[in-house]
Design a protein around this ligand. Structure first.
Ligand SMILES: Cc1cc2nc3c(=O)[nH]c(=O)nc-3n(C[C@H](O)[C@H](O)[C@H](O)COP(=O)(O)OP(=O)(O)OC[C@H]3O[C@@H](n4cnc5c(N)ncnc54)[C@H](O)[C@@H]3O)c2cc1C
Length: 432
């Protein structure tokens, strides 16, 4: 049996690891992971990379080394389509940054295909957004944002000699988890840059405007959590504009539906998600409004039992109105279910059904605070609003659980110790 997994993110890499460990050494079984990049970084860390509180180089996992340790194959490639009749996927050529071809266009046959390509920001067709805004959809984008942020802070420190009221202004669209977490991280970066030599920069020299179309921040969470996030971000000095619809982006300016202009040095777009359009173009595959593959209770495409989808690119209906949310915990649970079912197929056992279990959601406001809700199996009872240390531990444990799924308890514990040592030895911010 040959399983091809496309996308080595929160869900895909956990699945490849699980299947590699279970089936990779057995004869007649082949597990292949395909990703357009050569390393994996857990996506919920991207806002920390963007702000510089995390170094992507240190926390990235090399697909090749991980594949070797867990008995699966890694092939670099960018999925561009599938021929369902021939059961092959098409991979676009891989080019280096100079545009020179590294790998040609190829086909990869499969018996079972698992789509785990994640999602990217949804610009909702707002004019100018693609051209003038930064996004946090990939490690490369987060690193680029960070490089620019470093230069902006250096520039600002110089400018403050002549103009003590100079200010770096970052405008962010989207009051979901990415927008609010990045806002808090930026204030932390300002404090640390000021500490690490850019002494002229004071609190008033960073302005962050967060624009949200809805009536509250983090709308997926309870009103109580939204209110706590609003209060904490306002206390940091963020300018929060609720019920503010952005109608257009131009160089260094957002224009709202009521024609207000928000001018800023850096524009970031983090409003909603969407799966790439090519997913909806695969013939005979049922997709929803945001191009997610609609899946059945076994996470197979409703039209093709040999194609599975997990994580952000899977549309699993919870009821008539709601879908499983695009979160790391959903990707983790889906990867585990598909892994178990593919092993069951090799043993000719019936497939088990997917049941989403919401463990809660947490928002980390950098060093300042962590707020959220915990529910289900993590604590007794139904729903708990949490804050402070307990919330912080629960938030960090999400990443630790991902590391355990990839590396096992022993290596994950060693990584935790190594992180603690790095925390002592290295600067608290990536300064270059
Ligand atoms: C800044 C930020 C903060 C977040 N914070 C949280 C949080 O606190 N808690 C939470 O639960 N969730 C959070 N999320 C959401 C979470 O990261 C996603 O739900 C989760 O990563 C989805 O996992 P996935 O496996 O579906 O996709 P991803 O983790 O996005 O992985 C997709 C993989 O597919 C690869 N790929 C994409 N296209 C192709 C292609 N055409 N060919 C080959 N490979 C391809 C990519 O390189 C990537 O490796 C956050 C997201 C962001 C951006």
């Amino acid at each position: 049996m040959k399983v091809v997994i496309v996308g080595g993110g929160a869900g895909g890499l956990e699945l490849a690891t699980y299947l590699g460990d279970k089936l990779g050494k057995k004869p007649d079984h082949e597990i292949v992971l395909i990703d357009r990049n050569s390393t994996h970084l857990w996506k919920p860390l991207l806002h920390e990379v963007a702000a510089g509180s995390l170094d992507a180089e240190i926390d990235s996992v090399s697909f090749r080394a991980h594949a070797h340790a867990h008995h699966f194959q890694f092939k670099m490639g960018c999925f561009s389509g599938v021929d369902r009749n021939k059961k092959v996927i098409h991979l676009a050529p891989v080019l280096d940054p100079e545009g020179e071809e590294i790998l040609p266009q190829r086909d990869e046959p499969y018996d079972h295909l698992v789509m785990a390509i994640g999602s990217s920001s949804n610009d909702f067709g707002v004019p100018g957004v693609r051209e003038h805004c930064k996004f946090l959809d990939s490690t490369q984008q987060a690193v680029k944002f960070h490089d620019r942020l470093v230069n902006q802070f250096i520039r600002l420190n110089r400018k403050l000699i002549d103009d003590p009221s100079a200010c770096l202004h970052v405008a962010i669209v989207g009051g979901g988890a990415t927008g609010v977490e990045l806002t808090a991280e930026l204030f932390n970066s300002r404090n640390l840059f000021s500490m690490y030599g850019l002494h002229r920069i004071k609190d008033k020299n960073l302005k962050v405007t967060l624009l949200e179309a809805g009536p509250r921040l983090v709308p997926a969470l309870s009103e109580k959590v939204s209110a706590a996030v609003l209060k904490d971000l306002s206390a940091l000095g963020a300018d929060i504009c609720l019920n503010t619809q952005v109608a257009k982006a131009e160089p260094h300016v957002f224009i709202t539906a009521d024609e207000s202009r928000i001018e800023a040095d850096m524009l970031l777009w983090a409003a909603g998600i969407k799966v790439p359009d090519f997913m909806a173009e695969i013939e005979g595959i049922e997709t929803n409004r945001i191009n997610q593959v609609i899946v059945n209770k076994h996470l197979q495409s409703t039209n093709d039992e040999y194609i599975y989808a997990i994580g952000d690119c899977a549309g699993f209906p919870l009821d008539e109105k709601r879908w499983v949310p695009p979160r790391a915990q959903s990707a983790h649970q889906m990867a585990l279910l598909v892994g178990k079912n593919l092993v069951r197929i090799t043993k000719e056992k019936p497939l088990v059904e997917f049941h989403y279990s919401d463990k809660g959601s947490l928002i980390s406001l950098s060093e300042f605070s962590t707020v959220g809700v915990l529910m289900g199996n993590l604590v007794r009872g139904d729903t708990f609003n949490v804050r402070g240390k307990i919330a912080r531990i629960a938030y960090i444990s999400l990443y630790r659980m991902h590391q355990i799924a990839l590396h096992g308890w022993i290596r994950a514990t060693l990584m935790m110790v190594s992180d603690k040592i790095n925390h002592i030895l290295k600067p608290r911010l990536k300064l270059h």
